[in-house]
Ligand binder design. Sequence first.
Ligand code: NI
Length: 174
Amino acid sequence: MAILPILVYGDPRLEAANQPVEDFGEELQSLIEDLFETGWEAPGLGLAAPQVGINLRIATVDLSVGKDPEARVVLANPEIIFCRGKASLEEGCLSFPGLFTTIERPTALRVRAQDNGGRWREFEAEGLLAQTVCHEVDHLNGVLIVHHLRSMKRRLFMRRVEKMRKLGVWQSTA
Ligand code: NI
């Protein structure tokens, strides 16, 4: 297992196309371990492969941040089947370190994804899990929190991004 450098906003790999996972062999298993470990270390609730520079449709979610092995979710080739409800929720992203904004997210959803062994699973998620799954699936589609913001809110957020950059707080370790 290894802790991988997390790319920050501006790196083109965060917005590039992600290829479907086809090979569930050893290399993928070690990537999954690394995503979990990197997420725990950050710490964050989830991490998507493009955030560590690997443009594959895989992400990990662990709301327990390493405390509960049962809470670990692997999302390979995920598809959101339906969404229910709407809520304005505070959200951050490890690729925008230190910044938070509010985004409208569904309150519940149903997702279909392959697990670490390539088996298709379908499950429903609510609340924070639904929000986190949406966030990670967004990453796999090249969508970042800033893309959800419109007009004034987006300009204000981008001003904070520029400030972080100028202060040198955001130094990509990659
Ligand atoms: Ni993120």
